[in-house]
Ligand binder design. Structure first.
Ligand SMILES: [Zn+2]
Length: 269
């Protein structure tokens, strides 16, 4: 039995490295129909500032959890992209950075009535918000190659469209690569007509290994601290989808085709 009563019980906080927290929430506890177990948020702690990567589903307040970890640092908040499971807590923070192509989606209330008939009771917590996520108060557009300075840690923005037009990945000068929803294990959400776009984004990420073989991947869903093989296998997997297209199954909730290989699941729109 899972009885989540407050933020402390809901969010799992892992102090994975001295300067890196992984803050996880269970997407399957909100709605298992997304075939996704975990959403991962990350907090990178520089000497003068910290960067929060994504704000989760907005089911429980996130800011108190983050404030407890900051100790005097200034907080910056960025969204890897504008889907509901990454922007839910945006309204709790003063300012949100997001790629210019998705500014409009976080500027207005976000309708999540599609969660209303989730089999999980906990979604009733959204009733008080009328199944709407409140927008960010203040939004600042970012673009490819911009550098975010946290003091001793700097982070480069890498535009990796495909899952959505303004998806970004983030590379620290200590070789952590946050891949957002561009690459993760589990269920990948893709649009057939954007296969070439996501494939070129994935190869852009693989190319980063030419500069540093030590890069470690921190995706926004499922396992974190994984290796280059995620990118290589995913790229091969997407290229192979046409060959296994006959095995697809219709999913009426997602309104997508579900297809599976040995490593990944795909929801194809
Ligand atoms: Zn996601």
């Amino acid at each position: 039995m899972n009885n989540y009563l407050n933020s402390e019980q809901w969010f799992e906080v892992v102090n994975y490295k001295e300067y890196l927290y992984v803050i996880r929430e269970r997407l399957d506890e909100i709605d298992p129909r997304f075939y996704t177990t975990y959403t991962n948020l990350y907090l990178v702690m520089g000497s003068h500032s910290a960067l929060l990567i994504d704000t989760g589903c907005g089911l429980f307040p996130l800011k108190p959890i983050i404030d407890d970890l900051l100790s005097e640092r200034e907080l910056l908040v960025i969204n890897t992209h504008s889907h509901f499971d990454h922007i839910g807590g945006n309204n709790e923070f003063n300012k949100i950075f997001i790629h210019s192509k998705e500014v409009k989606y976080v500027s207005e209330p976000f309708d999540i009535t599609f969660l209303q008939n989730s089999p999980k009771e906990i979604v009733k917590r959204y009733q008080s918000k009328n199944y709407t996520l409140r927008p960010a108060k203040n939004i600042q557009a970012i673009k490819d190659e911009e550098i975010i300075d946290l003091g001793d840690i700097s982070i480069e923005v890498i535009h990796t469209p495909g899952h959505s037009p303004g998806c970004i990945s983030l590379l620290t000068n200590k070789s952590e690569l946050f891949t957002g929803d561009t690459a993760h294990y589990g269920m990948m959400y893709l649009t057939k007509k954007t296969f070439p776009i996501i494939l070129s984004s994935i190869s852009k990420l693989i190319d980063l290994y030419k500069k540093s073989e030590n890069i470690e991947l921190y995706p926004s869903h499922e396992q974190f601290a994984v290796g280059k093989e995620l990118l290589v296998d995913l790229s091969e997997g997407i290229k192979n989808i046409d060959n296994i297209w006959d095995t697809k199954i219709r999913d009426d909730f997602l309104e997508a085709w579900i297809i599976e290989d040995e490593i990944f699941k795909y929801a194809i729109f």
